[in-house]
Write a protein that binds this ligand. Structure first.
Ligand code: BTN
Length: 266
């Protein structure tokens, strides 16, 4: 990848500025610093390699050069979007899922926003916010996608089974083109974030629907039940094993099918 190709490939999208780095600590850190310095809505950071890539819950995220997509989009939510601020990362997951489906791949979303191929993780998303006193300055949405096989971390570093796009496609992927398709879907669906059509599109692509799942929140509370779908605010609807339907809101929740959990740590 290089900046020139990126600028050309993304020319028709509402992206006012792009920063491309051969190697950087974390595109999210750069996105947060750029937001603080006044980055406009839609500004984009892309890196070939991250040396301190960050995942959810303080984990690290490996981005080896030439093998992955790692980018951060800086957003300044409109007043209407402020009502659905927690939906930006599911929106990014939906956009990645749509782009992979557009390539003929059976991508699914592990609620709320990881993207899976064949029930294995190929994309993770980390949304963070930048504040100025009490007011939100910007939201940064960091997306990491395993594209080539060398992007998949060793099994002992994984919390959830992982895969990559090329292993499912059977041919090399042009990463600039994949990025363009993801961002085009993101900006299209951004306009209807939080609508019934948005929740339906999300639910239609949900992994493990109708299956027994295990959920653990940051307070180590555990729930098991059948995954029903997405509720009207983006909550996960579960038919609990002990009876009754529960809505689980988007937050730091681990979700996995019960059969993945047996014997696993988190
Ligand atoms: C997860 O834990 O699943 C989220 C992983 C998010 C990784 C991406 S890669 C681009 C951006 N920069 C980071 O440091 N993290 C995100």
């Amino acid at each position: 990848m290089n900046k020139e190709d990126l600028v050309q490939q993304l020319a028709n999208l509402p992206i006012p500025d792009i920063r491309f780095h051969e190697s950087i600590g974390s595109t999210n850190d750069e996105g947060l610093a750029w937001a603080e310095a006044g980055a406009a809505d839609g500004s984009l950071v892309v890196a070939e390699q991250q040396t301190k890539g960050r995942g959810r819950l303080g984990r690290s995220w490996v981005t080896n050069p030439g093998a992955a997509l790692a980018f951060t989009l800086i957003l300044q939510p409109t007043p209407a979007e402020m009502e659905h601020i927690g939906l930006f990362s599911p929106l990014a997951g939906l956009a990645v899922c749509l782009a992979l489906q557009g390539m003929g791949l059976p991508a699914e979303i592990k609620w709320p926003n990881d993207v899976l191929l064949n029930r294995q993780k190929t994309c993770g998303i980390l949304a963070e916010s930048s504040w100025e006193a009490q007011s939100l300055r910007a939201v940064v949405i960091g997306v990491g996608i395993n594209v080539a096989p060398s992007s998949i971390p060793p099994a002992d570093q994984l919390q959830f089974p992982a895969t990559c796009v090329e292993d499912h496609l059977g041919r090399p992927v042009q990463r600039e083109k994949l990025l363009q398709e993801i961002l085009a879907a993101f900006f299209t669906w951004r306009g209807i974030m939080g609508t019934i059509a948005f929740f339906r599109a999300w639910e239609e692509r949900l992994a493990f629907k109708g299956e027994s799942v295990y959920l653990k929140n940051s307070g180590n509370e555990v729930l098991t039940g059948i995954l029903l779908g997405v509720g009207e605010h983006g909550d996960l609807r579960i038919h609990l094993s002990e009876g009754g339907v529960k809505l689980v809101s988007v937050g730091d929740v681990h979700l996995r099918p019960v059969d993945y959990f047996e014997g696993s740590g988190s």
